[in-house]
Design a protein around this ligand. Structure first.
Ligand code: T1G
Length: 691
């Protein structure tokens, strides 16, 4: 890589500027300096008749350098460079391959013609980062494609392939070949007059106010994101002369840059990648060419579906042909759903199904490189299965349990190969939810951990390293903060008030709606399992038990906290149970605001997160953020619980817990880590930096 991240060469009359800033040619300051130098040099060189920009390595420019946001602006700025290029009196051609995203696509739009190389993906993903295209994209795309197409891409972050980009008029030609070679040929074609050029800014565009209004209504209906709405406003400014439109775009971009949602969404972007940086990252993962799944229930079938979609052959084992038929049926339904959602082509759907074999004999699993046990949560059953696996699996096979909370060390101890055992905790529906908790037991070998992460990547999942404890990272924290919702009901809030407050905060669903969806009997079994170890000092709320006693398990029985089917809404019978239990506990219900609901709920989540860090169950705060962003519907525009904690501050969190502890000193305890952070001003971001 050259020190300015740019290679400047001449091929006869063609001035070549190659972007060489691995891994994705982000438009870093170094790249912008190099681009400016190249443009200035070729503008002054009478022998250069045309300038061609292209990407070295896997991509054109994949956008501005996201790591530079919030760190001050360093000249030359990308938008100024693009306007300078557009104004040049020498033609500039952009040759794009791999990715031309965000600022990379904007750079191409400022050039005088654009050549797409087969396989190119383009788009404006800025809104996914809480931003909008800030280097002319909102002004130039409408001039090339019209406002409707611009409103399809810019406020949505949608990415499209080369052929569609050409059809829209974003690109002028589609070819194939090596980017540098195509750059020289395209430059020559411009000189020969066989490749037309024109300035995008010279094009005009009609902006229909009704189209803008419709786009705003659509964006508003989608929820709380600020950037899409501002992106639409920026596109509307394309009705102005370009200099005014560009100025309006900058103004709106700066508003997005300053908004808390931008910092949170950028954090979420990097969180998804940071979690792969584990102590075992240099260990060589074992080859996984075939997978076995034991258990054809919801989870086992979901896991099998995910593996089949990823191209792996899967052997599904169950105890009987009837159970196998049910499992196969669930897999076929899952695959049909993926086909319907256009996640799979017909061909890939059929190939996936063809890779499935089923068996009732554990010996048939012997040749699998990795086996995932996904039977019901009974330790004795799991131990029995792992004893059998230990007897039949080839040496070197990886043995995994999908358990959501049981002790992987105890399971591993049932085998003579504990180094080959780990937890692979999928989240339902396993072929859709992206989180995979990779649970590392005491004796799990580094290459087995690395194998878990390689499998996560292969399945398109976000693997997060977790230690062994009841519930690992996510479910341990969930079981703590979920109690706050029950306490709030006892103290005066209704389940729907709590759900509504948390959905306003940004959760996809509130805790009671989630409980109804998952099945209230699941929670009942967990409470029964934990009853023998429950501390008598713990405040226990029997409301859910009372609901379950009536056989009301939520959505699957037609009623739980809510009514389902033809009778929608809160279940009036539950209100009666709540009143009885409050009276039984001698509680006079009090008014509880949405703010208090969110503050208590989030404070409990953060406090248990701090304890999970202290216990070493999660490596870093960012791992906890990733768990909740990708497995628990935590609002992405808030960055995750630990990122959100930093917006409150440790001192305020400690103050809240100490206040709440006046009524319940057992549940509300200040985690020592949080106390230390409050005392020395450390943030969770600091802990991530130091990790
Ligand atoms: N800036 C900085 N680093 C980036 C980056 C970027 N734009 N894109 C990727 N990386 C890093 C990433 O963190 C990872 O780092 C490595 O590159 C490989 O990425 C002015 C303001 C291009 C589709 O949003 O969508 O332009 O973990 O693992 O799966 O209007 O990266 O190795 O240390 O994702 O092959 C707009 C975001 C920016 C593109 C490749 N652009 N990137 O996917 O690799 S805002 C984006 C992606 C903007 C303008 C505005 C993907 C990818 P590490 P990866 P991948």
């Amino acid at each position: 890589m050259s020190e300015t991240a740019v290679i400047i060469e001449r091929e006869g009359p063609v001035g070549l500027i190659g972007f060489d800033n691995p891994p994705v040619n982000a438009a870093s300051h170094a790249l912008r300096v190099g681009l400016k130098e190249g443009i200035d040099a070729f503008a002054a060189d009478a022998g250069v008749k045309v300038i061609a920009l292209y990407g070295v390595g896997r991509s054109f420019v994949a956008g501005a350098d996201i790591r530079e946001f919030g760190k001050g602006r360093k000249e030359p700025l990308l938008n100024a460079l693009i306007t300078e290029i557009e104004a040049l009196d020498k033609p500039v051609v952009a040759i794009c391959h791999g990715y031309a995203l965000g600022g990379g696509l904007e750079l191409a739009l400022g050039c005088h013609t654009r050549v797409a190389i087969a396989g190119l993906t383009v788009g404006f993903p800025e809104v996914d980062l809480g931003l909008l295209p800030g280097a002319g994209g909102t002004q130039r795309m409408p001039r090339l494609t019209g406002v409707t197409a611009a409103l399809d891409l810019i406020p949505t972050g949608k990415r499209i392939k080369a052929d569609e980009a050409v059809a829209l008029g974003l690109f002028d030609t589609l070819t194939d070949g090596d980017p540098r070679t195509v750059a020289v040929a395209s430059g020559q074609a411009v000189i020969d007059g066989t490749l037309a050029t024109r300035r995008t800014c010279d094009l005009s565009v009609d902006v229909d106010p009704e189209v803008i209004a419709a786009a705003k209504a659509k964006a508003a209906a989608k929820g709380k994101l600020v950037a899409p709405m501002k992106a639409i406003e920026a596109v509307a400014a394309a009705r102005l002369p370009i200099a005014e439109g560009l100025a309006e775009e900058v103004r709106l971009f700066q508003e997005c840059l300053a908004h808390p949602q931008r910092a949170a969404l950028v954090h979420a972007f990097f969180a998804e990648r940071a979690v792969a940086k584990i102590p075992e990252k240099d260990a060589t993962p074992r080859e996984v060419a075939s997978l076995a799944v034991i258990g054809g229930g919801t989870m086992g079938s979901g896991i099998a579906t995910a593996a089949l979609i990823a191209g792996l052959p899967v052997t599904l084992m169950e105890v009987s042909d009837e159970a196998l038929a049910r499992g196969r049926g669930t897999i076929e339904k899952n695959l049909a759903g993926a086909l319907k959602r256009r996640k799979l082509t017909e061909e890939k759907h059929d190939a996936a199904l063809a890779r499935l074999t089923t068996t009732t004999a554990v010996d048939a699993l012997a040749g699998a490189d990795l086996v995932i046990e996904a039977v019901f949560e009974d330790m004795d059953v799991k131990k029995e299965i792992f004893r059998k696996l230990d007897a039949v699996m080839e040496p070197g096979a990886v043995l995994a349990s999908n358990t959501s909370y049981l002790d992987i060390d105890a399971i591993a101890a049932e085998t003579g190969r504990p180094a080959d055992v780990l937890g692979l905790h999928f989240f339902s529906p396993a072929h859709i939810m992206r989180l995979l908790e990779i649970v590392v037991a005491e004796k799990t070998a580094p290459e087995v951990v690395a194998t878990g992460f390689a499998l996560a990547k292969r399945l398109g999942k976000v693997g997060v390293r977790a230690g062994v404890c009841d519930g690992f990272i996510g479910n341990r924290i969930l079981s703590h903060y979920r109690k706050v919702a029950d306490y709030l009901v006892m103290d005066g809030a209704s389940p729907q008030e709590i759900d509504s407050a948390l959905e306003d905060f940004g959760f996809a669903m509130g805790p009671f709606a989630v409980a109804d969806l998952a099945g209230l009997d699941i929670g009942m079994m967990t409470r029964k399992r934990l009853a023998p170890t429950r501390d008598p000092r713990e405040r226990y709320v029997p409301i859910a038990d009372r609901i379950c006693e009536r056989g009301w398990f939520g959505r699957k029985t037609g009623q739980g906290y809510y009514l389902y089917g033809d009778r929608e809404g809160p279940n009036p019978a539950v209100a009666g149970i709540i009143e009885e239990e409050r009276a039984e506990a001698g509680i006079t219900p009090r008014e509880i605001t949405d703010d208090e609901i969110v503050e208590r709920y989030m404070t409990a989540m953060i406090a248990e997160g701090a304890r999970v860090l202290e216990d070493g169950i999660a490596q870093r705060p960012v791992d906890i953020d990733a768990v909740f962003l990708f497995g628990y519907g935590f609002p992405r525009f808030r960055g995750g619980p630990m990122f959100y904690a930093d917006t409150i501050g440790a001192a305020e969190l400690v103050r809240r817990i100490e206040t709440y502890a006046e009524d319940d000193a057992f549940f509300w305890r200040v985690p020592p880590l949080l106390a230390r952070m409050a005392a020395d001003g450390t943030t969770f971001a600091d802990l991530d930096e130091r990790a």
